[in-house]
Design a protein around this ligand. Structure first.
Ligand code: NAD
Length: 465
């Protein structure tokens, strides 16, 4: 068991009270954290505001070097961190190892961008005048993160915020405090000055809400559920602070008659069941044209039966998953594979058919290893079904027809399109985000696009004659 304290102005403080248990082994207490109140948020913001100017004045390559050193420290502790992440969140050791690797690579990517120029030089109509732009840090950024990628998401928010000269306050998900502690410990050990990075543990409705309402927070980046995100959007918009929200999904896959049914089943299973279906990009509804439906469903059932998954993250999430399957059954679903009978906190990958497009499991996010397969008569009907959702994060299509693939890429109303690849999984250098109720659709995360959120552009006229 590890006490995971708040980090305020370089000091580890707080009274550990709230225990996080291993979802695969409830006797194993993984971490104990404080349940902070608004006064701790105030102290964290004071520390961040005091430290920010000196950090912004530190040359960008020196800021980046700290991220690169932190990456090396995490690399040296790779298996310990992956093991803690797996104990805390429940993903398999292989998945946890991949996620820690991702956090290391994110630190390396953004660390090296400390050497990259920013801004541009532009011609002016005035004689003897040069115009250029500068990217300035915003000041203090608040980062509110979910439990499902407990080290990668904090890393992909922290790294661009820090390398561009901002100070930050992180509010990690209550279920996964230890993974983020490994990341912040590495940054502190690598030499990040006190106050530049602060962490406050506690309830979202207390700590997260206080961060959102504080005038000192110039920007808030949030990943989590749509309900919470939309509430934060109202608060931030009212005071015209910058906001980036990545929220829920109901990601669809379209399988056309010309696809290979086995390959399509593997793509759908990877998207639906990896990370126990607890990915915002998880495939949760599939539309299949008639010629392939039977072969695809057989292949998907076989994939589901052999899939190895970790436990569901919490009893509360398990209850949501089980209720979704029970409701689907009451609405007339046939359970092709899996079902609502957990062993401890472990569910089996579940494939449902016999539902209509209006069924709740087809319309609402479950956030578990549950996928519904429905029939459509044509590509056009499938595309319309894919787009008939309040969400718009990712969508995929299995086809060998390039013309249709391009049409789908142009017309799917989502932030990420995958052709013959799972809806989950993106490279760290590509822009990531959604549309509709999946995102504020303001600024993209990841890649160099992430730098835009954490900076503002200033135009400078330099007369020199
Ligand atoms: P959540 O919304 O319950 O919590 C996310 C974070 O917000 C946590 O740190 C939580 O403490 C905090 N929070 C809760 N209430 C708050 C409030 N009133 N004010 C401020 N902060 C508050 O989400 P979760 O259960 O941790 O994560 C699962 C959800 O996240 C799913 O809906 C999933 O689709 C989404 N998600 C989206 C992405 C994406 O990139 N689009 C990625 C991962 C997860």
């Amino acid at each position: 068991m590890t006490n995971v304290l708040n980090l305020i102005g370089g000091e580890r403080v707080g009274d550990p009270q709230v225990a996080r248990r291993n979802p695969a082994d409830p006797g194993d207490v993984v971490a104990v954290t404080p349940s902070s109140d608004a006064s701790v948020v105030d102290a964290a913001l004071t520390a961040a505001a005091e430290a920010q100017a000196a950090w912004a004045a530190t040359p960008a390559p020196a800021r980046g070097a700290i991220l690169l050193d932190a990456a090396d420290l995490l690399r040296s502790r790779h298996s310990e961190v992956a093991s803690d992440l797996s104990r805390e969140e429940g993903k398999t050791f292989a998945e946890a190892t991949g996620e820690v690797r991702r956090a290391i690579d994110v630190l390396r990517f953004f660390g090296s961008l400390g050497w990259r120029g920013s801004g541009e030089v532009l011609p002016s109509a005035l004689p003897g005048t040069t115009v250029f732009t500068r990217r300035e840090p915003l000041g203090v950024a608040a980062l509110i993160t979910p439990w499902n990628f407990p080290i990668a998401i904090p890393a992909w928010k922290l790294a661009p915020a820090l390398v561009t000269g901002n100070a930050v306050v992180v509010k990690p998900a209550e279920l996964t405090p230890l993974s983020v502690a490994h990341l912040t410990d590495a940054l502190v050990e690598a030499g990040l000055p006190a106050g530049v990075l602060n962490v406050v543990h506690g309830k979202g409705s207390v700590v997260g809400d206080a961060l959102a309402r504080d005038e000192r927070v110039a920007a808030l980046s949030f990943t989590g559920s749509t309900g919470v995100g939309l509430g934060l959007h109202r608060i931030l918009s009212d005071r015209r602070a910058r906001v980036q929200l990545e929220m829920g999904g109901k990601n669809a896959y379209l399988i056309l008659d010309d696809a290979d049914p086995l390959a399509a089943a593997k793509v759908v299973a990877a998207g639906a069941f990896s990370l126990t279906g607890q990915a915002c990009t998880a495939t949760s509804r599939v539309y299949c044209t008639p010629g392939l439906r039977e072969a695809f469903l057989d292949a998907l059932a076989k994939e589901a039966e052999s899939y190895v998954m970790g436990p569901v993250v919490s009893e509360q999430q398990l209850a949501v998953d089980v209720a979704a399957i029970e409701t689907a059954r009451a609405e007339g679903a046939t359970i092709v594979s899996g079902g609502a009978a957990p062993t401890g906190q472990f569910l089996r990958p579940t494939v449902l058919t016999g539902l209509t497009h209006e069924s709740s499991v087809v319309r609402d996010e479950v956030f578990g290893p549950v996928v519904a397969v429905l029939g459509v008569d044509s590509y056009e009907e499938g595309l319309a079904r894919v787009n008939d959702s309040r969400y718009g994060l990712t969508a995929g299509i299995c086809t060998r027809d390039l013309t249709i693939a391009h049409h789908f890429a142009a017309h799917a109303q989502v932030g990420v399109v995958k052709v013959n690849r799972p809806t989950t999984g993106l490279d760290l250098n590509v822009p990531f985000g959604g549309v509709k109720d999946s995102s504020s659709n303001t600024f993209r995360e990841q890649g160099t696009a992430a730098l835009d959120f954490y900076t503002w552009s200033k135009t400078v006229y330099l007369g020199h004659e």
